[in-house]
Ligand binder design. Structure first.
Ligand code: 5RP
Length: 294
């Protein structure tokens, strides 16, 4: 009866030691369900509380933009240096190796392109998101766009509802409305509206003035997009300024894959995001990698 004796001993284990109650490391998600927290923990590093997401979903509105013509050649080699990939299901199924083993932020909306109005969007299928093992559902929200604001906010709320049914968190992606500046006032409004409608994480742009007000007033984590290609040092400064003012990382595309050293840039951005490197230290990391890997 060795098993019974074992059980008697086991019953004594831990008496007097209260079960540890863990808080959750990402703001605004403490009360989310297990599946949502587990998936967010795949995307964000618990130690730094931040993430480096590699975005290459641009083709869904822009077609084969510079650097994304051959994702198999330019992006696949970068994936190993990212914390999470962000792409459409088409690129995922046609090009991304299922063995890449990185959490997926799935572009969950689809609609009009840069050739027409932009932001006239519909949603994907939650079953397909589950099928491809999505860790985040990314949906564009066009705050301030008179033609599509209501539609895209409705898309966000529907996505949040579908995601919650299956424990998949939602990433609200702020688009920039026509005639609206990317200033703290606008970005603060847009990010807050995403959070108020249930987004677990919000992606937005960095602004030079008062960005801290944007992160402070958003009750869930913010990640910043890189935007159009900048000189490498400026892109690293953008990442540095964003995280030191409260962003929980980056969701960066063009400033990585359009760089003359995409791996060097990705490693340098990681230094800023996860190791609190200064801009000089990160730029040195980029230059060193580039020089050693010509
Ligand atoms: C494209 C997107 C991109 O994922 C986002 O803008 C990040 O990429 P970049 O750093 O190139 O701006 O949402 O629609």
């Amino acid at each position: 009866m060795a098993d019974n004796e074992g059980n008697i001993d086991a019953k004594k284990i831990g008496i007097g030691t209260p079960q540890k109650q863990d808080g959750f490391f990402l703001k605004g998600n403490e009360h989310a369900c297990y599946g949502i927290k587990a998936r967010l923990s795949q995307v964000f590093n618990e130690k730094s509380g931040r993430t480096v997401m590699l975005a290459f979903d641009h083709g869904f509105i822009m077609g084969p933009t510079s650097g994304l013509e051959r994702i198999d050649l330019t992006i696949n080699p970068l994936i190993q240096y990212s914390d999470c990939i962000m792409c459409t299901r088409g690129i995922l199924r046609s090009v991304v190796p299922p063995t890449c083993n990185k959490p997926l932020s799935l572009r969950f909306d689809a609609g009009s392109t840069i050739l027409t109005s932009l932001n006239d969007e519909t949603l994907g299928d939650i079953e397909d998101a589950i099928r491809v093992n999505a860790a985040l559902l990314a949906v564009m929200v066009a705050i301030g766009d008179p033609d599509h604001e209501g539609l895209t906010i409705a898309n966000l709320t529907k996505t949040v509802d579908m995601g919650m049914r299956y424990g998949i968190p939602t990433l609200g992606v702020t688009a920039v409305g026509k005639g609206l500046n990317r200033d703290a006032r606008y970005l603060g409004l847009a990010t807050r509206v995403c959070a108020e409608n249930g987004a677990n994480v919000v992606k937005t742009y960095y602004c030079d003035e008062d960005f801290e007000n944007v992160t402070n007033a958003c009750p869930v984590p913010i990640v910043v997009a890189g935007g159009k290609k900048l000189p490498e040092r400026d892109a690293l400064a953008l990442a540095y300024n964003a995280v030191t003012q409260g962003a929980c990382g980056v969701d960066m595309g063009r400033n990585i894959f359009q760089s003359d050293s995409p791996v060097g840039m990705l490693l340098a951005v990681r230094e800023v995001v996860h190791n609190n490197a200064t801009v000089d230290q990160a730029f040195d990391c980029y230059e060193t990698y580039k020089a050693e890997n010509k």
